[in-house]
Design a protein around this ligand. Structure first.
Ligand code: GSH
Length: 233
């Protein structure tokens, strides 16, 4: 059976895994999770904290965590390189960039999108938000510096780091934190360049629930209900 990616809307970090699946070109399906609605309790059997993305693999395993999902996809077809050979300098560079995006960049935005999840007291919340904005600017600054070294984020060519970036680097603009074009022009240019890629355009259309043309192996959506037999097996 083809793998199924559970992706979250609106504007989840799972966007990058949709892009990577499209670049991979192999058959896959998608299952949509509305992140602003209460989670179907059955989804906790897929991801115990109710987060997306999650990948149901062809052989019936569930992989959680973007980093693990992206490295799994990168290793699936070495003729369509989305990653790099283990042991190479480029592999280390990719892991560095994925770890930065996942462990430094992404967590700052949890606080900025949903401060009440982190801090109750309004005064303390305002202070925590100020600090988070400073951290967000620093994190964007690191991406800006990285893109001064070359067109792609890791290893000198397109990889799953660029796919993941396309999903998370839009959040500064979503929150109105900065005008990306003037504050971080290389980040802005890389996002626009990626937007011109058919896989990225497809992922946007899927998220927006508008007609989406796959340049890869997309076979359609499935519901959690449809997947229960596979998940129980
Ligand atoms: N460390 C996890 C974080 C996943 C995560 O925070 N996903 C967000 C969307 S970007 C989510 O599902 N939020 C909804 C929720 O936690 O209820 C990963 O990288 O996969």
């Amino acid at each position: 059976m083809e793998p199924v990616l559970f992706y979250g809307v609106p504007h989840g970090c799972s966007f990058g895994a949709i892009v990577a699946l499209e670049w991979l070109g192999r058959p896959y399906r998608l299952s949509r999770v509305e992140m602003l609605q209460a989670r179907d309790p059955a989804y906790l059997g897929v991801n115990p904290v109710g987060a997306t993305p999650a990948l149901l693999t062809a052989d019936g395993r569930v992989i959680n965590e973007s980093l693990a999902i992206l490295q799994h996809l990168a290793a699936m077809d070495l003729n369509r390189p989305l990653g790099f050979a283990q042991g190479s300098a480029a592999f280390d560079d990719l892991n560095y960039m994925l770890a930065f995006l996942h462990a430094d960049f992404h967590p700052v935005f949890g606080m900025l999108f949903q401060p009440a999840k982190y801090v109750d007291d309004p005064a303390a919340q305002a202070n925590a938000l100020d600090k988070a904005r400073v951290k967000a600017a620093r994190a964007y600054g690191r991406l800006e510096a990285r893109l001064a070294d070359g067109e792609w984020l890791a290893g000198g060519r397109r990889s799953v780091a660029d796919a993941y970036f396309a999903g998370v680097a839009r959040w500064g603009a979503d929150l109105g934190l900065f005008d990306l074009a003037s504050a971080f022009p290389r980040v802005h240019a890389h996002l626009r360049r990626l937007d011109a890629d058919p896989a990225v355009a497809f992922a946007h259309a899927v998220e927006d629930a508008t007609p989406a043309v796959s340049a890869g192996g997309f076979l359609g959506h499935v519901t959690l209900e449809d997947l229960k037999p596979r998940l129980a097996a």
